[in-house]
Design a protein around this ligand. Structure first.
Ligand code: U2P
Ligand code: MG
Length: 185
């Protein structure tokens, strides 16, 4: 008997690529004496929301800068999980939202996938501001609530565990350390 073939959407920032690590590295290098929020103390999905108003423009400047999306470190185990899901026979797509200030982000997301995951994954990138329009069985994403024009998306949102999404207690939650047991595959 064959496997039950599923279609997975895997988010990028905070799931495959370490957005918060890159932000803190750049912020601490540039502003060693300024206020910062360690990852363990993050309670909002958007980094900027947790910084005081006078620092918000400096946060944006870092996230919009050339190289920010290109240089992120991979999240441990992400690439291996993608490869394993695909080798099990599942359909696996990388589903990510670009910044509205897209100038560096869009190109660099593609470059990151090519360099870190490998060129075979570039053709599986879905870049969209609205993930509810994409048809799949599962969306693995660190954003607490994923909204869009479709009120009842076909996928189940499985939360990728991060300090800033712990208030969500009505969805399954996983990391690349336990994904097979959470998904029961
Ligand atoms: O805002 C668009 C996308 O950029 C990533 N993002 C942005 C700001 C922030 O503080 N944290 C963050 O992750 C998200 O991209 P994704 O996770 O979809 O790849 C957000 O959706
Ligand atoms: Mg994300």
């Amino acid at each position: 008997m064959g496997i039950n073939k599923m279609r997975f959407l895997i988010d990028m920032d905070g799931v495959l690529s370490d957005f918060d690590g890159e932000f803190l590295k750049r912020w601490r290098e540039r502003y060693p004496d300024k206020f910062y929020v360690p990852l363990a103390e993050r309670t909002t999905f958007y980094v900027k929301q947790q910084y005081p108003d006078e620092l918000k423009p400096l946060v944006s400047e870092i996230v919009w800068a050339p190289g920010f999306f290109r240089d992120m470190m991979p999240v441990d185990g992400g690439k291996e999980a993608l490869t394993e899901m695909r080798s099990m026979g599942h359909e696996v797509f990388i589903c990510t939202s670009p910044l509205t200030t897209y100038q560096n982000c869009v190109l660099e997301k593609f470059e990151w996938v090519d360099r870190v995951l490998g060129s075979q994954w570039v053709s599986n990138i879905i870049l969209t501001k609205d993930k509810t329009l994409v048809k799949a069985d599962y969306l693995i994403d660190d954003k607490p609530n994923i909204t869009g024009v479709e009120n009842t998306p076909g996928w189940e949102h499985i939360v990728y565990d991060q300090p800033y999404n712990r208030e969500i207690d009505n969805k399954r939650r996983l990391t690349w350390g336990n994904w097979k047991s959470v998904l029961r595959i």
